[in-house]
Design a protein around this ligand. Structure first.
Ligand code: INI
Length: 165
């Protein structure tokens, strides 16, 4: 039996892209801060000159899939993190934006083979979104941890399959 799992301690060599939605920037910029804090503390270089991290900004969560797809197809990244916030109270087409964003990200991830973390908050109110973006807890941190685990896990699987050859 093989135990196949990702590690957080050996994730510091990963190439990572983050795609952030400007819509509800008050929330998404805080998710980004939490995300960068976690990556930095796990050995990822997050300065402006970083060669292992790129950050792309898109207008809204609806655009996260297409930009993630373009980045994944460059084959430069082992993992991509998407960050967005869709708030039901303020968004008549909440269901459309959430569905397109979530289905799009899942489909791009499977099509390209690059793990893409779904870091889109979907809440009823701005207050709930802010609570998840730092007032109580910063889910940006959690999304970064999930990215490190998935990037590492996919590497473990790739090296195991290379050893079989
Ligand atoms: N985009 C979001 O990320 N969150 C929202 O709450 C939102 N609202 O409220 O509409 C939103 N809309 C913009 C959408 O993602 C696209 O950018 C836009 O429709 C252009 O394609």
């Amino acid at each position: 039996m093989a135990k196949i799992e990702g590690s957080f301690t050996e994730a510091s060599g990963l190439q990572i892209a983050i795609v952030v939605a400007r819509f509800n920037d008050l929330v998404t910029s805080k998710l980004l801060s939490g995300c960068l804090d976690c990556l930095e503390r796990h050995g990822i270089e997050t300065s402006e000159n970083s060669k292992q991290l790129d950050i792309a900004w898109v207008p809204g969560s609806f655009e996260l899939p297409i930009v993630s797809q373009a980045l994944a197809r460059t084959a430069r990244y082992q993992v991509i993190i998407t960050l967005g916030a869709v708030i039901r109270g303020d968004t008549p087409h909440f269901d459309v934006v959430v569905a397109e964003s979530s289905k799009g990200i899942a489909s791009v991830s499977r099509e390209t083979g690059v793990p893409i973390i779904f870091g889109v908050l979907t809440t009823d109110t701005m207050q709930q979104a802010l609570e998840r973006a730092g007032i109580k807890n910063n889910l940006g941190w959690t999304y970064a941890l999930q990215a490190l685990e998935m990037g590492s896990l996919m590497g473990v699987i790739a090296s195991a399959s290379n050893q079989d050859k």
